[in-house]
Design a protein around this ligand. Structure first.
Ligand SMILES: NC(=O)c1ccc[n+]([C@@H]2O[C@H](COP(=O)([O-])OP(=O)(O)OC[C@H]3O[C@@H](n4cnc5c(N)ncnc54)[C@H](OP(=O)(O)O)[C@@H]3O)[C@@H](O)[C@H]2O)c1
Length: 289
């Protein structure tokens, strides 16, 4: 059985869909949820529902019975708790005899020396812990979601243009659906044990280039504004984002500006046997007139 954590979230849910799409039977998939009600939709589709919380080791032990492959989608809890939660999942998986743990890490040039190391270092700690856990592992180091562009670049891009203090920094943005396909690919094809993959688009793109792509797609000239930090945070708060999340996103903008996402490598084609969706094709789904 394949168990997917974070099943109620964007990437976990998309990964379950991707597993079904490649032909895994619903009864061979288990969704880890924090409470039974959240699993109702999975249950009605024949997917097994396991109740467990990353903070509750015994609940994980119960949930991981009969699990062969475990997809650990990184936690969305408060950042300071994430490493310990991942450690709990890895320890419980090991104790339960799971044969392969796949973890969604993060693709930056250097997590430890990043300008936002406090926000991302848990991925490095988790990767190190997983590597020494003696259970076969695969690290899927995801770049930034393309799905974040309409949030971090300002609401209503077609009317207001793009607004983010990201300079000329580039990101190999990749849609969540592509990351999910790559996860399903690693779970369902052989040879991925003890490998570390970069899950990113082939080409990194700047926000000036994104403005040009959306201009061409929409037929409207889209400007790229380099909002100053305070104004950018205010803009996000006006979108309904909390002050602390807005400050967090501003730190991402700073890291993008410094080129911290320009790792210039992608293993997606190798895993999927087809090229990754380009950002232009993804944006066309949203902005093509
Ligand atoms: N690469 C990127 O651009 C990017 C962007 C955003 C986030 N991320 C990272 O990637 C992860 C997946 O992204 P996403 O968009 O799918 O996030 P998401 O939609 O927020 O989903 C997070 C999932 O984690 C579960 N979860 C949180 N705390 C838990 C706990 N203590 N025990 C068990 N489950 C718990 C949530 O369950 P509930 O439904 O019960 O809350 C939810 O299913 C995030 O959690 C974050 O670490 C990456």
């Amino acid at each position: 059985m394949i168990l997917v954590t974070g099943a109620t979230g964007n990437l976990g849910g998309a990964t379950i869909n991707a597993l079904l799409k490649v032909g895994i039977a619903a009864k061979e998939i288990a969704a880890l949820v924090r409470n039974e009600e959240k699993g109702a939709a999975f249950k009605s589709n024949g997917i097994q529902v396991k109740v467990g919380d990353y903070d509750d080791f015994e609940s994980l032990i119960a949930a991981f019975e009969d699990v062969d492959k475990l997809l650990l989608i990184s936690s969305s809890s408060d950042i300071k708790h994430r490493f310990n939660q991942h450690k709990n999942v890895i320890d419980a998986a090991k104790k339960s005899g799971v044969s392969h743990i796949i973890y969604t890490g993060f693709d930056m040039k250097n997590l430890v020396q990043s300008t936002m190391a406090d926000d991302v270092i848990y991925h490095a700690y988790t990767a190190d812990y997983l590597k020494q856990a003696t259970v076969p592992y695969t690290l899927m180091n995801n770049t930034l979601y393309a799905d974040l562009i309409p949030i971090i670049a300002g609401e209503n891009i077609l009317d207001n243009g793009i607004s983010i203090p990201a300079g000329d920094g580039k990101v190999p943005f990749l849609p969540i659906s592509e990351m999910a396909d790559a996860l399903a690919g690693v779970v369902t094809t052989p040879g991925h044990e003890n490998q570390e993959y970069i899950i990113a688009a082939e080409t990194a793109i700047s926000f000036a280039e994104i403005a040009d792509i959306i201009s061409a797609l929409s037929g409207k000239k889209i400007a790229y504004h380099q909002a100053v930090l305070g104004v950018y945070i205010e803009q996000l708060v006006k979108q309904g984002i909390s002050e602390s999340d807005a400050a967090y996103m501003a730190r991402f903008a700073g890291a993008i500006a410094k080129g911290e996402f320009e790792t210039n490598k992608s293993d997606v084609e190798k895993i999927l046997g087809r090229p990754a969706l380009t950002l232009r094709d993804y944006l066309a789904k949203i902005y093509l007139k």
